[in-house]
Design a protein around this ligand. Structure first.
Ligand code: CP
Length: 324
């Protein structure tokens, strides 16, 4: 594997989940693979889980790790070509990425969208230029439009916690929009939907997305999903509810008005099949998701965050195996 930015970089979800669970059972089995190899983690935005889990994954594989908060510690970057750099930018991404590729065997990059210009964000210009100029394998630590390490950890969590039914019934997974006070990117729900639609294609799950009108995700991520605008109806018979806020894609980056009743709580849980509740974290308690759920037996959020480690380790291992 030379690039990990989406589910399209994965041949078989089922096999990749098995690879991750093998690493979970035996975390230090491949220490020789990463010996004298360096992972560089580059952050343009804050992180807790992604930063620590990816760092730990590389250490488990015997690698050295360097972390840089490029937005705060690096030179102000220019991304446009053909400009005279006589303003506030100090270094062009062409040189910055190329230099980081000299020091690292694999690089990870986190780069959120600005949520001002949809075409610009969805072009993934910054991320793609970084990949192009660094010339080493790159793992997405969340880009403008996707968060694949999160989605991979999410599907590992579902696979681990689902009890197979004698009649072969598949789990019903619901991605449920939730309220928030800020405009958040669509990267997590886009990515989750994309992985779930592929899992549905592989006949592993059933998948529904519930959101108020106006919060439709981009078509490219939701092929095959059932769309509901009534949360209670969407939750009927759900085995997993993935709670997440996102801002509007249509009215790009805006927080639109929505009807009451979109926070997931124990009353909503009654509509489900005693569903397990997931969230990528960080979560706003009692705004997106009730404390009673987060602190109760249905919450999978800590288990899910724990699986970020094995998702990252499986991806980095696949990249190390292809290094010359
Ligand atoms: N879920 C997630 O990516 O968490 P961080 O933003 O803390 O890395």
């Amino acid at each position: 594997m030379k690039l990990f930015t989406s589910v399209h970089d994965v041949k078989s979800i089922k096999q990749f989940v098995k690879d991750a669970l093998e690493l979970k059972a035996n975390p230090y089995a491949h220490q020789a693979l990463g010996k004298n190899k360096t992972l560089g983690l580059v952050f343009m935005n804050p992180s807790l889980r992604t930063r620590l889990s990816t760092q730990k994954a590389a250490l488990n594989l015997g690698m050295n790790v360097m972390v840089m908060n490029l937005d705060k510690e690096g030179w102000a970057l220019e991304t446009q070509d053909g400009v005279v750099m006589n303003g506030s930018t100090v270094e062009h991404i062409r040189e910055a990425a190329a230099v980081m590729g000299q020091y690292c065997d694999i690089l990870g990059l986190r780069s959120f969208p600005k949520l001002n210009n949809r075409e610009e964000d969805y072009s993934e210009d910054f991320f793609n230029k970084f990949v192009k100029y660094c010339a080493v394998p790159v793992v997405s630590l969340e880009s403008a439009t996707r968060h694949p390490l999160q989605s991979f950890a999410d599907i590992i969590t579902i696979y681990e916690t689902w009890t197979k039914k004698p009649d072969g019934t598949k789990p019903k997974v619901v991605l449920a929009w939730a309220p928030h006070v800020k405009a958040l990117p669509q990267a997590v729900p886009n990515s989750f939907a994309e992985w779930m639609c592929k899992a549905k294609e592989e006949e592993l799950i059933d998948f529904t997305i519930a959101h108020p009108a106006g919060y439709e995700l981009a078509e490219q991520f939701i092929t095959g999903a059932t769309i509901e605008h009534n949360l209670d109806e969407a939750l009927a018979g759900a085995d997993y509810v993935y709670v997440k806020n996102w801002s509007s894609y249509k009215d790009y980056g805006k927080v639109l008005n929505y009807p009451d009743g979109w926070m997931m709580n124990n009353d909503k849980l009654k509509f489900t099949n005693d569903a397990k509740v997931m969230h990528c974290l960080p979560v706003r308690r009692d705004l997106e998701l009730s404390s009673e759920i987060l602190d109760g037996p249905n919450s999978l959020v800590i288990h899910e965050a724990g699986n970020r480690l094995w998702a990252a380790q499986a991806v980095i291992k696949a990249m190390l195996e292809e290094l010359k």
